[in-house]
Design a protein around this ligand. Structure first.
Ligand SMILES: [Zn+2]
Length: 186
């Protein structure tokens, strides 16, 4: 659907680089090959992420020329997501812990200065429900993907919205950006 209003200017920028310097498969150096950027709306405003992408240059390696993106990227937002995981965690907490309605959540986000459409709140709530119900969901798809990829680099992140006491824990694979498991825990 076409965007009805232009996205506002980013209020801050963050550079992310992969922590891994060596290929997780063959151990040779990962080379920085290009930078890419994406914008993510977070509770602190619109953030422009600049991402360094690295590659293995060993032609004998199964990861030869595979893009390796910063591990922290998925802690900011799901792949292709315009809204940060912190916003998704807040939407879920407001709905299920504070029992707010969609219009009330929409208003709460607007009050914080977040530019969002009410229908997007519904989409984000759906993302939250998918996240916390995912438990190696769609196992066949993941199995096929990882058979091809042949390895994973696990990371865990905890996001605590500033309401309630629950933390949304997300366990994910840094190579594919796939989320294995997400749980909201005290
Ligand atoms: Zn390699």
């Amino acid at each position: 659907m076409a965007r009805v209003s232009r996205r506002p200017q980013a209020t801050r920028t963050t550079d992310l680089e992969p922590v891994l310097r060596a290929c997780p498969s063959c151990g040779t150096r990962l080379y920085a090959v290009y930078r890419t950027a994406r914008s993510v709306t977070t509770l602190e405003g619109l953030c422009r992420l600049t991402l360094q992408v690295r590659q293995c240059r060993n032609p004998d390696c199964m990861c030869y020329r595979c893009p390796y993106r910063p591990e922290a990227e998925v802690a900011w937002a799901l792949p292709h997501g315009e809204f940060g995981l912190d916003v998704i965690a807040l939407v879920g907490t407001l709905r299920y812990t504070s029992h707010r309605s969609i219009p009330e959540i929409y208003q709460a986000l607007c009050d914080r200065g977040i530019q969002i459409a009410e229908r997007t709140v519904t989409h984000l709530l759906q993302r939250y429900k998918e996240l916390v119900s995912v438990h190696l969901a769609d196992q066949h798809r993941l199995r096929d993907r990882f058979k091809e990829q042949r390895q994973i680099v696990l990371a865990i992140d905890g996001l605590q919205p500033d309401v309630g006491h629950e933390v949304l824990w997300v366990l994910r694979d840094c190579l594919s950006g796939e989320v294995f498991l997400a749980r909201s825990l005290e």
